[in-house]
Design a protein around this ligand. Structure first.
Ligand code: ADP
Ligand code: MG
Length: 150
């Protein structure tokens, strides 16, 4: 499924729909260059899960845990990870194989331990379409119609 957005609000709204329909145990990966809107989309997902607390990028920790929503939300940013062992140290499998919703920024850096079953979200700019244009590709949502759910 491809969604095109033309403002941060539209990207937030897509995240919100994802958060509202997210299921326990799902793992979402989020890729895209710096400044493309990963945090905006993540904030939407958190809002859709019913989290009111402010969500930002977990710069100094690999994972930030939010428990106040409809489901636990585990927000990973593995950009600064040096070694997969750092994932072991935080006990990542409790998050990956638990009943919350995982969202992993820069997931390509931990491809070795990423479960095959996950939903990938890719955000891209296309400056020929304008400065605020984003092309967001979502792949791997459960069958029942990626388009119907969102
Ligand atoms: P990242 O987390 O990917 O580094 P951020 O979400 O922090 O990026 O920042 C994205 C920036 O792009 C914000 O300043 C936001 O206002 C701006 N922006 C402009 N258009 C869009 C859009 N369509 N979707 C998301 N963000 C947008
Ligand atoms: Mg960010």
């Amino acid at each position: 499924m491809v969604v095109e957005t033309r403002s941060p609000e539209e990207t937030f709204a897509l995240g919100e729909k994802i958060g509202r329909t997210a299921l326990p145990g799902q793992i979402y990966t989020l890729t895209g260059d710096l400044g493309v809107g990963k945090t905006v989309l993540t904030q939407g997902v958190a809002a859709g899960l019913g989290i009111r607390e402010a969500v930002s990028s977990p710069t100094f920790t690999i994972v930030q845990v939010y428990e106040e929503g409809r489901l636990p939300f585990y927000h990973f940013d593995v950009y600064r990870i040096g070694d997969i062992e750092e994932m072991e140290e935080i006990g990542y499998d409790d998050y990956f194989f638990g009943n919350g919703v995982c969202l992993i920024e820069w997931a390509e850096l931990i491809a070795d331990i990423l479960p095959e079953e996950h939903i990938s979200i890719k955000i891209e700019k296309d400056l020929s379409q304008g400065f605020d244009y984003r092309r967001i590709t979502v792949e791997g949502l459960p069958d029942e119609g990626e388009s119907e759910r969102l």
